[in-house]
Design a protein around this ligand. Structure first.
Ligand code: NAI
Length: 327
């Protein structure tokens, strides 16, 4: 099958070339947008990632070029207009799980770094500054951790937090019985938000969850709360988070995702003038840690992403049932 592969990075090419046997893959560094959709000419499938924009116009463009399959090489599909795909008879497949542990462990890395300030300690010690001033952290043991969304990633995160000796409380539309047996308590969202010392977001971005962390929910949180978001940027109303950082209401903010990330993340912009004032304000806080959507970025996950995506494409080509179909 001839595939137009968008937002391609060197590591994508490395892992897909490792497992690809029969497809003709055209790698494009550009994201799939209304401006780049003409690159799909002659291809039957597109392979896309989190920041490719598959709105109705792009999907009509895909249909007109003869594309029959959108193969997402990620789990989330909030960037695809599924109604438009359905209306144009284009199938959409995804990689529902690729090491949930990778993302859960990254959330823990953000927590530990913000808490124990290892990023600052590393720089200090390398400059022969062995002072401990202002590096004080807190014990995670005994703290209350609130988890919003206990699917594959949220469950893995809960288990790690239980291992740290934390009290884990959670909100999800469906309670996970195995987690309950291990000691996780499901509570209404408001109670989780009010009681947690640390809140970690692991639910998908939907109409219901967009900006779920806003001035009203932040107002209910404990003073100095730690907020971690490795899920999708738009779960958090960034300007409200900035206001809460300025007052100290949010004491620590760890982000692997950001609402306007598509113009920033996955690119080296170190010589550019960044026009996004919100992210620049966030970066000015000493208690904010941002990584550029690297939660998934482990050897195991990249192997899984390439293998599952290629298996999805093969199943479509051989007209087998699409077990990872979104539409
Ligand atoms: P999942 O589908 O296994 O779990 C999502 C959970 O959220 C489900 O239990 C669902 O019931 C729950 N949920 C849905 N709506 C909710 C709501 N309104 N309130 C509370 N809970 C709700 O998904 P998985 O694999 O755990 O991934 C979670 C999210 O993590 C993805 O949607 C994606 O946005 C993000 N992600 C981030 C990555 C990164 O590199 N930072 C990589 C992969 C996923």
């Amino acid at each position: 099958m001839k595939i137009a592969f968008f937002s391609a990075k060197l590591y994508d090419k490395e892992f897909f070339d490792r497992f690809n046997k029969s497809n003709e893959i055209h790698y494009y560094e550009a994201a799939l947008t209304e401006q780049t959709v003409n690159l799909v000419s002659g291809c039957s499938a597109v392979c896309v990632f989190v920041n490719d924009k598959l709105n109705a116009t792009v999907i009509t463009g895909l249909k007109n070029a003869g594309v029959q399959l959108i193969a997402l090489r990620c789990a989330g599909f909030n960037n695809v207009d599924l109604n438009a795909a359905k209306a144009n008879n284009i199938s959409v497949v995804r990689v529902p799980a690729y090491s949930p542990h990778a993302v859960a462990e990254h959330a823990v890395a953000l927590m530990l770094t913000l808490n124990r300030k290892t990023h600052k300690a590393y720089n200090r010690v390398r400059e022969s500054n062995f002072s401990l001033d202002r590096l004080t952290g807190f014990d995670l043991y005994g703290k209350t951790v609130g988890v919003i969304g206990t699917g594959k990633i949220g469950s893995a995160f809960c288990e790690i937090m239980l291992g740290f000796g934390c009290d884990v409380i959670a909100f999800d539309l469906i309670a996970n019985k195995q987690l309950e047996e291990k000691g996780v308590s499901y509570l209404p969202l408001i109670d989780v938000v009010q009681q947690a010392d640390i809140i970690s977001l692991h639910c998908p971005l939907t109409e219901q969850t967009k900006h779920m962390i806003n001035k009203d929910t932040i107002a209910m949180m404990k003073d100095g709360v730690m907020l971690i978001n490795t899920s999708r940027g738009a779960l958090v109303e960034t300007s409200d988070a900035i206001k809460a950082l300025k007052t100290g209401k949010i004491g620590y903010l760890g982000l692997d995702v950001y609402e306007q990330e598509e113009t920033l993340f996955f690119n080296d912009l170190s010589e550019n003038i960044i026009q996004d004032d919100l992210i620049m304000r966030l970066l000015s806080f000493p208690n904010v840690l941002i990584t550029a959507h690297q939660g998934f970025f482990t050897e195991e996950a990249l192997n899984q992403i390439a293998q599952t995506t290629l298996a999805n494409i093969k199943a479509f080509e051989s007209k087998e049932p699409l077990k990872n179909a979104v539409v």
